[in-house]
Design a protein around this ligand. Structure first.
Ligand code: ZN
Length: 318
């Protein structure tokens, strides 16, 4: 720690952990062949001196040995995070609580370094002494400002002879707020606008959901087209929709994915109260909770580049 950062009282509290040793912590089980065999299975690693007693006896080891990298396994507390009777109960991670309290709530394991004095044999029961080996100055990392904390475990056999060490370095950091700029993404497909459909897109730009209406017989139609399907008149005008209706049908799209959309993507066939149906994205509800017949209402949002689309969200109105 540099003198400058050591001024804050809580930094002094932090550095006071360095070098303080706790222990001994005892092992639940001795080094044992079943755990070695399972470890070798997990890593698909068959080395005769670990798993084959006869071959091990004939090897330079003269008998079964445990993989060196299993060293910390023999002192793991287990799922209940408890220690065998007789163990020191000092919390080896107490320094973490200080960092959490000060807002360094993010955690990232960075690296581990192990040393081995000799091979371990089934039947040996280890113990360990734990300590905080080092705390860095505050560093500005890509994750945010944080401290690197190095934990040290020193392992001993029953004769109190050192058999190895494990150093684990962890970064505790203050998570940074997401950057203000939206990440770049592919734009969604742009609408095909022609003289029959331009009114619809222009209406959306103005915040209105317009429906085409036959000027001769008054029949509403959507999607827009040049002629009335009822009376074949080519004359038409538009009426603004209330944007309210019900979900006539819907799908939740998972695949294929277009890079311009988020998935799963619920898309509805909405029956507007005016009587026409239109296809539109659904919003405001988890994909699993949409149901046909639900009341929905339009929200007009820019979603396709400069264009606006009506999205439909659940509505409280009957
Ligand atoms: Zn008509």
């Amino acid at each position: 720690m540099s003198p400058a950062t050591a001024q804050a009282p809580w930094i002094q509290e932090l550095t006071s952990f360095v070098g303080k040793r706790g222990g001994p912590v005892l092992a639940w089980d001795p080094v044992n062949a079943p755990m070695v065999r399972q470890w070798c299975e997990v890593f698909d690693f068959d080395f005769a001196p670990f798993v084959d007693a006869a071959a091990a006896a004939a090897s330079v080891h003269g008998g079964l040995v445990a993989p060196a990298t299993m060293l910390p396994v023999w002192l793991m507390p287990g799922l209940r995070n408890a220690r065998p009777p007789g163990s020191d109960t000092t919390d080896p991670r107490a320094i973490m609580k200080v960092l959490e309290r000060e807002g360094y709530v993010g955690i990232l394991g960075t690296d581990t370094e192990q040393t081995y004095e000799r091979p371990l044999r089934p039947g040996e029961r280890l113990s360990c002494i734990h300590s905080v080996d080092a705390v860095s100055d505050e560093k500005l990392t890509r994750m945010g400002p944080g401290f690197f904390v190095t934990f040290l475990q020193e392992f001993f056999d029953e004769a109190q002879q050192a058999v190895g060490t494990v150093r684990l370095r962890i970064l505790r950091f203050k998570p940074q707020a997401a950057p203000a700029a939206e990440p770049k993404r592919a734009p969604p497909p742009q609408p095909a606008i022609n003289q029959d459909t331009a009114f619809f897109w222009e209406g959306l730009q103005a915040g209105q959901l317009l429906i085409q209406r036959c000027a001769a017989c008054g029949t509403l139609r959507h999607p827009p087209g040049p002629a009335c399907t009822q009376c074949h008149s080519l004359e038409w005008d538009t009426v603004p929709s209330t944007g309210r209706g019900k979900l006539f049908s819907f799908v939740v799209m998972h695949h294929p994915k277009h890079p311009g959309f988020d998935y799963p993507l619920p898309v509805g066939l909405v029956e507007l109260d005016e009587g026409v149906r239109l296809v539109a994205p659904l919003t405001g509800l988890d994909s699993a909770h949409w149901r046909t017949g639900m009341r929905v209402e339009a929200v007009i949002q820019p979603v396709a580049g400069e264009h606006r689309l009506p999205l439909f969200r659940p509505s409280a109105s009957a």
